[in-house]
Design a binder for this molecule. Structure first.
Ligand code: FUB
Length: 343
C-alpha cells in the first residue's frame, strides 16, 4: 500500500513568456527576425522597416529599408535592448537600396552579419559584414559574396560547419536566375517562373568558406518533395517555396521552414541532411496580419520559440513589428501549427 498524502502535490506551473504574441519592439518598425543565442544572450537581427516615398509595386519596392539595428534580450522575458544602427547602406560600397531580411553567425570571436541588398544595377546580392561584437557596428566587405544573388540569407551551424540558405521569388528575383545568368527580360516579377506543372523554383544552400566571407562550395538547389517523393510544383502556391528560408535541427532531423508568399503561411519540410532533400510536412505558422510572413525558430533554455512579425502597430504591410510565440514539436516529429493571435 502507498503512503497517504496529506499535502497537495506540487504542480510545476510554466509561465507564459511576458511578450507572447505582443510586439517586442515599438519605438521603430522591425520585421524578419533572425534570432540566435550567443554565449547565453538572445540576439535579434531584424529588418528595420521605414516609411517610404517609393510607391508600392509587385517587386516590393516599398520595402525600402536602409539600415539594421540589433537587439539583445538577457532572457526570454527581458525587454529587448536596441543597440542602435549596426550597419547602414551608405557604408556598403556595392549596395544601392533595399536592405532586406538579414541573419547573423558567430565563429570564434567574430560575428558575421549576412544581408541582401540591391546593387547599382538593381540586382539583389548577398553581403557580409564583420564585427567583434554581436551587436555591431559591422564593417561590410567591399564586394557582395562572389556568385551571390536573390534575398533572405539564413545561416545554420551544424557542429563545425556553417551552411547558408537563401532565395526568394518574385521581388526576390530568384526566378530570374533559372539559367544561371540574370534574365533581364524587363517583364513582371512573375514572368520568368516555371509553368504550373513544372517543379517549383528551389531555394539554395552552400557551405560557407572557412573565413565565413564567401560560399565555400558550388551552391546547390534544395529539393522540397511531396510525401510520394515528387518535387512540389510551381503551381502549388499553398506549399511551394517563396522566401524566408530557415533551418533548425531537432532529434537529428533537419527542419527547413519557409514562407509560401502569396498564400502567406510558414510551411516546413523535414530531411536527414542540411542539403535536403526535405519532405513537406505542413504549416508552422498560419498567415499573420500583413502580406509577408517571415520567421526564425530557436531553442532558448531548452524550449523552442518562433519569432515572426505582423503589422499590429501600423496596419501597413511594409511597417511591421516583431513578435514571438512558443513552438512545439510533437512526439512524431511534426510541429504543432500556430495560429497567430489576430486583433
Ligand atoms: O523585409 C523585406 C522582405 O519581406 C523580406 O526579405 C522577405 O522575406 C519579406 O519578409
Amino acid at each position: 500500500c502507498g503512503e497517504s498524502k496529506d499535502t497537495e502535490e506540487e504542480v510545476e506551473v510554466s509561465e507564459a513568456p511576458k511578450f507572447l504574441s505582443k510586439p517586442l519592439v515599438s519605438h521603430i518598425y522591425t520585421a524578419d527576425p533572425s534570432v540566435h543565442v550567443f554565449d547565453g544572450t538572445i540576439y535579434i537581427y531584424p529588418s528595420h522597416d521605414v516609411e517610404s516615398v517609393v510607391e508600392e509595386d509587385d517587386s516590393g519596392a516599398h520595402f525600402n529599408m536602409r539600415d539594421y539595428h540589433v537587439f539583445s534580450m538577457t532572457d526570454i522575458n527581458a525587454e529587448p535592448v536596441d543597440h542602435g544602427r549596426a550597419l547602414d547602406v551608405d557604408d556598403v560600397k556595392w549596395a544601392k537600396r533595399q536592405m532586406w531580411a538579414p541573419d547573423a553567425a558567430k565563429k570564434g570571436d567574430k560575428y558575421y552579419l549576412y544581408f541582401p541588398a540591391k546593387d547599382f544595377d538593381d540586382i539583389f546580392r548577398l553581403g557580409v559584414a564583420v564585427s567583434d561584437s554581436p551587436t555591431g557596428p559591422f564593417t561590410a566587405q567591399p564586394e557582395p559574396m562572389k556568385g551571390s544573388y536573390s534575398i533572405d540569407p539564413a545561416v545554420f551551424q551544424d557542429g563545425e560547419e556553417y551552411y547558408i540558405y537563401w532565395g526568394g521569388i518574385w521581388g526576390g528575383q530568384l526566378q530570374k536566375w533559372r539559367t544561371g545568368e540574370y534574365l533581364s527580360t524587363g517583364k513582371s516579377p512573375y514572368a520568368d517562373e516555371p509553368e504550373d506543372d513544372e517543379p517549383a523554383i528551389s531555394p539554395m544552400v552552400a557551405k560557407l568558406s572557412d573565413d565565413m566571407l564567401e560560399f565555400g562550395e558550388e551552391p546547390k538547389k534544395i529539393a522540397i518533395l511531396d510525401q510520394d517523393g515528387t518535387p512540389i510544383k510551381a503551381g502549388d502556391h499553398e506549399r511551394r517555396f517563396f522566401e524566408a528560408a530557415w533551418v533548425h535541427k531537432h532529434n537529428d532531423k533537419y527542419y527547413f521552414s519557409y514562407s509560401t508568399g502569396d498564400t502567406h503561411n510558414i510551411a516546413y519540410a523535414i530531411g536527414d541532411s542540411p542539403y535536403g532533400p526535405f519532405t513537406y510536412q505542413g504549416v508552422v505558422l498560419k498567415p499573420v496580419q500583413g502580406w509577408t510572413n517571415h520567421h526564425s525558430i530557436v531553442k532558448i533554455d531548452g524550449k523552442w520559440y518562433i519569432f515572426y512579425h505582423d503589422t499590429e502597430l501600423s496596419g501597413e504591410t511594409h511597417l511591421r513589428n516583431i513578435k514571438m510565440a512558443e513552438l512545439e514539436h510533437l512526439a512524431d516529429g511534426t510541429i504543432k501549427t500556430i495560429e497567430p493571435i489576430l486583433k
